[in-house]
Design a protein around this ligand. Structure first.
Ligand SMILES: [Zn+2]
Ligand SMILES: [Zn+2]
Length: 433
């Protein structure tokens, strides 16, 4: 039986839900069962605490790391969903603005977060890629960050071009780090595929198959994805007007995630759109709640997930009621840190309770010093002169020498702790000259 521990429960599942939901106190007073409660032992909790649960070999865990809109706010990051599989693989689908902080709260070693699938190149779907690229490498990713994304109508509108542009944008950042830090994680790979391909395999490894199919949003390029593994199927629609491909290729999904934009009246009331703008954006560029419901009533997933609206006390009912005019199946109205555990036996839905002040997760391999040739290789690959990856004499001569003695103390202290001499750079340099 499907058990929904937290979240929206639909009418047809209400009877099942009720049987699960009867609190022990009620069961006890009705003489059915003695409550198993103790003042000193822990009881099961109904939130997901990151880094506290194993994933079963046949289980899939999906975590919403961004469910909001193209504008920024504390309560919701923009589009990002993490898929974790019992075989150890992890995949990010979209990485919208603000989602990198959510990802960090999950305490997952960054080496495992090396595969990102971007559905389209709006900033609210890949705005945090640079943060995962740079920040993830600093926090211990020891492998390249690999990105998959669609082509565009012309080369300049494709994912490869966007990634190349990102490398250009970060030239100073990278030139300023190369030679100082483990360089293995500072590689960014683009895997571009044809946005017109229909249900084409774009990734296949370790029993996981990911396919892409076209979506209709703004201009040519956007796509949706399916991921199949171990008899389970995850489907993710980036942004789209309702389209025939999603109806066909999302069929049999265990979890189908599709955008569901905020209701048209709220686009006028809350976002100050004109009625004309609200209708265009809310029904023609994006998927309106009524249309979302219509899609899911055809696809019939084991769990339908709606995202891409600001989920507030005064907007949620409007979205929910409009979806329910066209769909009465299992439904999650997503918000950040919603977690789904999916297996053949059931789907549970919970919220994650996260630690905000997280540091680096454990390294997956030995730490490594910078390579001797990192600067030279970077210089050859990018054209940045090697001499410009150090301070010029002009800047170096501005160093305040009076702190050298203080800092020599720090080196001395560290040398004693690690049991080998760690020479002070200025002294080392003087010796070499
Ligand atoms: Zn978009
Ligand atoms: Zn979007």
């Amino acid at each position: 039986m499907t058990v929904f521990t937290v979240g929206v429960v639909t009418g047809i599942y209400f009877k099942d839900y009720l049987a699960e939901a009867i609190p022990p106190s009620v069961a006890a007073t009705s003489g059915q069962e003695k409550p198993d409660v103790s003042p000193v032992s822990a009881r099961p909790r109904d939130a997901y605490y990151p880094n506290s649960e194993d994933l079963a070999p046949d289980e899939m865990r999906v975590i919403a790391c961004g469910t909001g809109m193209p504008t920024q706010r504390m309560a919701q990051a923009a589009a990002c969903f993490l898929v974790e599989l019992g075989n150890g693989d992890k995949f990010l689908f979209d990485i919208g603005s603000g989602s990198a902080e959510r990802i960090s709260a999950l305490q997952i070693p960054y080496t495992y977060l090396d595969k990102v699938f971007i559905g389209h190149l709006h900033a609210d779907h890949f705005g945090a890629l640079g943060e995962l690229f740079i920040g993830g490498a600093i926090m211990g990713r020891q492998v390249p960050l690999r990105v998959w994304g669609p082509s565009g109508a012309v080369e300049e509108l494709g994912t490869a071009h966007a990634i190349e542009g990102m490398k250009q944008m970060y030239k100073w950042d990278l030139a300023g780090r190369v030679g100082m830090i483990d360089w293995r994680g500072f590689q960014l790979e683009a895997n571009e595929f044809d946005y017109r391909a229909e249900n084409a395999v774009i990734y296949q490894d370790n029993g996981v198959t990911i396919r892409s199919f076209p979506a209709i949003h703004a201009i040519d390029g956007p796509v949706s994805f399916s991921l199949e593994w171990n008899g389970l199927k995850f489907v993710y629609g980036s942004d789209s007007y309702p389209n025939k491909w999603f109806l066909e290729y999302a069929k049999d999904a265990d979890i189908a995630i599709h955008e569901c934009f905020i209701a048209v009246p709220d686009l006028v009331r809350k976002m100050k759109f004109t009625p004309e703008q609200a209708l265009t954006v809310g029904t023609q560029i994006h998927t309106a709640p009524e249309a979302f419901g219509k899609i899911m009533s055809e696809v019939k997933p084991r769990m339908a997930v709606a995202y891409h609206f600001f989920k507030d006390f005064d907007t949620t009912a409007e979205v929910y009621e409009r979806i329910r005019t066209t769909y009465d199946g299992p439904l999650s109205l997503a918000e950040d840190f919603m977690v789904w555990n999916i297996s053949k036996d059931g789907i549970t839905m919970r919220m994650a309770a996260v630690e905000e002040a997280t540091w680096a997760p454990p390294l997956t391999g030995e730490a490594q010093l910078p390579g001797k040739n990192d600067r030279q290789n970077y210089s050859e690959a990018t054209g940045v002169p090697v001499e410009n990856m150090n301070n010029s004499d002009f800047i170096a001569k501005g160093r305040w020498g009076a702190v050298d003695d203080v800092l020599r103390g720090v080196y001395k202290e560290a040398s004693e702790v690690v049991g080998r001499e760690l020479p002070y750079p200025a002294d080392q340099k003087a010796k070499e000259q």
